[in-house]
Design a protein around this ligand. Structure first.
Ligand code: MG
Length: 164
């Protein structure tokens, strides 16, 4: 029998470069660098969207939103996540919780975490207490530690629509 509950995992990383905005979970974080990406480069929403696709057995973000597609150039990642949620719903799945780690050396996200969590919950159609959002540095290690990249990982739980 198919389980009425599924877990998906997602990961995303983007280079940080001058002249781009830094958008995390739909929230603009003031910084002298932003994510280099075809879309707005929101690693939190990309990781969450990939987790949903994985849990629903629908492939991955690269298949559905290729960098070669001009339709998604500089696209708000909220629109991409919305499309993924619609795909999952059509397949009979709805999110029940999510948990995200953000890896960023600077700026510190303490002042933005509440807004990011709230926005992510809104986008997923979940109460804030069903969404976790943690921020951490890489202790100066590697490209993220050097301030040259931002990454996020996400776990999203899905339940069969109608089973909750
Ligand atoms: Mg991405």
């Amino acid at each position: 029998m198919t389980s009425p509950v599924r877990a998906g995992i997602g990961f995303d990383i983007h280079r940080l470069v001058a002249g781009r905005r830094l958008i995390l979970a739909g929230v603009e974080v003031p910084h002298e660098r932003g994510a280099l990406a075809h879309s707005d480069g929101d690693v939190v929403l990309h990781a969450a969207a990939d987790a949903i696709l994985g849990a629903a057995g629908l492939g991955d973000l690269g298949e559905h939103f290729p960098d070669s597609d001009p339709a998604w150039k500089d696209a708000a990642s909220a629109a991409i996540l919305g499309r993924v949620l619609e795909m999952a719903r059509k397949a009979g799945w709805t999110p029940t919780s999510a948990d995200v780690n953000v890896f960023l050396e600077r700026p510190k996200l303490m002042a933005y975490k509440a807004a990011m969590r709230k926005r992510l919950a809104e986008l997923l159609g979940l109460p804030p207490d069903a969404v976790g959002l943690k921020a951490r540095t890489m202790e100066g290690l590697g490209p993220i530690g050097a301030g040259d990249a931002v990454a996020a990982q996400a776990v999203v739980m899905l339940a069969r629509a109608g089973s909750i």
